[in-house]
Design a protein around this ligand. Structure first.
Ligand code: P6P
Length: 335
């Protein structure tokens, strides 16, 4: 049972037995993520002071300018997990292909793979707006003893053993699930400890906030346009409030606390949407469903979509149950 102000370390140990395969390896993996998050947080918090913001002069597989903090965060998370000999493979938004982690004994006995967006919302870095890290953890499907393979990463979201995010905001929080609810921990930077501040987080079934980049309105599917007009109509408890930070983790986090819906639909500019299935939508969908919310591509449950490529994109609608179901109703009606 979650106890307010419990530390993350105590919580991981206390709840290790909840996890079907509690060999301690997952706990060690979660501990390595919490350490890496503290290191990245330290740099994010002083980004304006040190010449570490701004584009790193390179672009990632998405063709997006890599910000120096993107590259730094990617290196920190990969190195922290690699050094602890816990995972057999890592896939990252910042890496073209997955990385095979050779166990120190070269016996490939580690059984988890991690997929990560090391610094989501990076376009906000230089303007001092919240950014985040998103992670997703699976058990490998290929047998231990051999190097990890692509199929170990291309798993449906309902096979995740854990997922979470770090939001580097007015305070830094780590929010995660291992399939037994969602719990949020706030970092006390003076002590370097994470404290349970948001036990058993739940999406309100209804909300008054919708989050979408309305600059793309003319390019949206008809159903999304109709739903946005529904949100804006002066009827019943509407119009809703529009809040869009441009950082998925921040919009998701606010909506989970206050109630709301986040949408990144497809458009002619982004025919499959912009967000990546494996290390953005799938982990956020796991968290949403564990918090009594809903996550879909407008028609199908995100957690049931079978991935075909490491960096594939999907349309993403996520949030309060009744709001997402209303949006899906418009998507079906105006298909
Ligand atoms: P746009 C950040 O790049 C991101 O992946 C999400 O964090 C965010 O919600 C979205 O893209 C913002 O995209 O096209 O509205 O700027």
């Amino acid at each position: 049972m979650a106890k307010k102000n419990q530390t993350l370390g105590e919580f991981i140990i206390e709840n290790q037995s909840d996890f079907q395969y509690s060999s301690g390896e997952l706990s060690r993996l979660l501990n390595s993520i919490r350490l890496a998050a503290k290191v990245v947080n330290h740099e994010v918090n002083k980004a304006g002071l040190v010449d570490i913001t701004g584009a790193a002069g390179d672009t990632n597989i998405q063709g997006e300018d890599q910000q120096k903090l993107d590259v730094y965060a990617n290196d920190v998370f990969i190195q922290t997990m690699t050094d602890r000999n816990i995972v057999c493979g890592i896939a990252s938004e910042e890496e073209d292909d997955f990385i095979t982690i050779n166990s120190q004994d070269e016996l490939h006995q580690n059984k988890y793979v991690v997929l990560i967006d090391p610094l989501d919302g990076s376009s906000n870095i230089d303007v001092n707006v919240s950014v985040g890290t998103i992670f997703s953890i699976f058990r490998r499907v290929t047998p231990v003893g051999i190097p990890v393979e692509l199929k170990d990463f291309l798993q449906t979201g309902d096979k995740q053993v854990a997922a979470g995010y770090v939001v580097y905001g007015t305070s830094t929080m780590l929010v995660y699930t291992t399939g037994n609810g969602v719990n949020g921990f706030t970092l006390n930077p003076a002590l370097g400890s994470w404290y349970l501040s948001h036990p058993n987080m739940q999406y309100p079934e209804d909300g008054q906030i919708y989050s979408v980049n309305e600059g793309n309105y003319l390019d949206f599917p008809e159903g999304i346009k109709k739903y946005i007009k529904y949100c804006q109509a002066e009827e019943e408890n509407r119009p809703y409030t529009s809040r869009y930070i441009g950082s998925l983790v921040s919009d998701f986090h606010r909506n989970m606390i206050k109630g709301g819906i986040y949408m990144y639909p497809k458009s002619t500019k982004s025919p499959n949407g912009k967000l990546r299935l494996l290390y953005e939508c799938s982990p956020m969908a796991f968290l949403a469903e564990q918090a009594n919310g809903v996550a879909s591509d407008g028609y199908n449950r995100i957690m049931e979509i079978t991935p075909t490529e490491l960096h594939q994109r999907v349309p993403f609608i996520c949030g309060s149950k009744n709001m997402v179901e209303k949006a899906e109703e418009f998507m079906r009606k105006f298909k």
